[in-house]
Design a binder for this molecule. Structure first.
Ligand code: MN
Length: 432
């Protein structure tokens, strides 16, 4: 197969090759003001863009030049400040738009290249926004290694997995309102914490602020209340994937979570990457899921390759000093795949809406440096990570930035997610 190349100059190791073409929402910074106090002002309204190399393709502009005229859909979707209306158009239109863009971007095709100044925006001039309006957010718990590690620490090392874990993809309903786009800082939360050596809980600033390395998928098709989605249909209901950091305050979480699960230890913020990689772009990176034993119930059975080979990394960047890579793992460790998650989510008739986000749960591998949270990497703080500047980390410090990256690579083709980053700011002053 001959490798596709584009007339857009793409750096050799770019996540955003012509094979990727992820969707996002951007607006343009006022030229030259990125570093001034006016940085939050944007010259133009947020709209739909597609990333290639170090450029954003302005789909509103491409559309206004007539390049989608023969594809029947309402072109106003590209002027919206979220992707939902575009997603609602369905896979058939997404495919036609993607094929058209691929062809327009191919080396040798001069039609869009001749208008490049009207449609290409340099990434440094693009202000990225939350890509979808997220109505509901569900977080799963689908990595066996993560669930085992947490079970060992919080419960019983001999029976780390609870009896239900291998029979259903455990999950909980999270908070959609506090999901922010990559680059948005998060304040360290206050909360109720129960010190081990005290009889009563205290109200304090969280001292065990953690990240969770996850992959999220965006729901691409709605269902009616009462309707179920089978594992074989599930991919029709997935628009695309993103990197996701499900920030967690472990000291708040461990006191509050029994019996109804995570609450304030989780809902103070989650970060999602700016670019949603369409499922179509990940097709060649499909891979096996781990063997499921004992066998699952019929509605959770599936056929074919339902996982994706996505290499993942987490970095901690202190306010001063060098960045340190603390985790390297792969999405292919996941025990439960996205199709099973969707089948389980809807098996009772719970309806899906376009823009809903489902996250994988923390992705941990088998090795000590492949764990997807500080809780596991430092084993609840007992084995701190040494930073290049001589300090150590049990959890995340104020002003640390956590950066997660992910990409697929096969046959010299790279499709990546860019990054999801977020800086932790000190807790806000508490007015009682
Ligand atoms: Mn999580």
């Amino acid at each position: 197969m001959e490798k596709l190349t584009s007339w857009v100059e793409i750096p050799p190791n770019s996540d955003f090759s012509i094979y990727n073409l992820p969707y996002g929402i951007f607006s343009e910074w006022l030229v030259g003001t990125q570093t001034t106090a006016k940085a939050t002002q944007t010259a133009e309204k947020a709209r739909v863009g597609v990333r290639i190399g170090d450029y954003v393709i302005d789909l509103k502009a491409v559309s206004e030049l007539g390049f989608f005229d023969d594809i029947a859909f309402d072109k106003n979707v590209f002027q919206k400040n979220v992707l939902n209306d575009f997603i609602i158009l369905g896979k058939n239109i997404h495919s036609q738009v993607r094929n058209r863009l691929t062809s327009l971007l191919l080396r040798g095709n001069e039609s869009l290249k001749n208008q490049a100044d009207k449609v290409l925006v340099k990434v440094e001039n693009a202000n990225m926004h939350l890509p979808v309006h997220i109505g509901d957010y569900t977080d799963f718990y689908s990595s066996e290694e993560h669930a085992t590690n947490v079970g060992k620490m919080f419960r019983d090392p001999a029976n780390a997995l609870l009896p239900n874990w291998k029979h259903l993809p455990v999950g909980y309903h999270g908070r959609a309102s506090s999901i922010v786009v990559s680059g948005t800082p998060i304040h360290r939360p206050w909360g109720q914490v129960k010190p081990a050596d005290q009889e009563n809980p205290v109200f304090k600033i969280s001292q065990m602020l953690d990240f969770e390395l996850e992959i999220a998928f965006v729901v691409g098709k709605e269902t009616a209340l009462g309707e179920r989605v089978s594992t074989s249909e599930a991919e029709d209901y997935i628009f695309g994937l993103a990197l996701f950091n499900d920030w967690s305050a472990r000291d708040i979480q461990s006191w509050e979570y029994v019996p109804l699960g995570p609450f304030l230890g989780k809902n103070f913020g989650s970060s999602i990457s700016a670019w949603i990689v369409p499922l179509e772009a990940l097709e060649i990176f499909r891979t096996q899921t781990p063997t499921q034993e004992p066998a699952v119930l019929d509605y959770l059975k599936f056929e074919g390759l339902k996982n994706y080979d996505i290499q993942l990394e987490v970095m901690i960047k202190p306010q001063h000093g060098e960045t340190k890579k603390v985790c390297q793992t792969n999405f292919n460790y996941m025990y439960w795949n996205m199709c099973q998650q969707l089948a389980h989510h809807t098996v009772n008739g719970c309806n899906l809406r376009v823009g809903d986000v489902c996250a994988s749960g923390t992705i941990s591998g088998k090795e000590k440096d492949s764990f997807g949270s500080m809780l596991e990497l430092t084993w609840r703080g007992t084995n701190p990570i040494a930073m290049p500047d001589g300090t150590e980390r049990k959890f995340i410090n104020d002003y640390d930035t956590v950066i997660m990256m992910g990409f697929c690579e096969k046959n010299n083709i790279r499709v990546g997610f860019g990054e999801v980053s977020g800086q932790i700011l000190p807790a806000t002053a508490f007015k009682s």
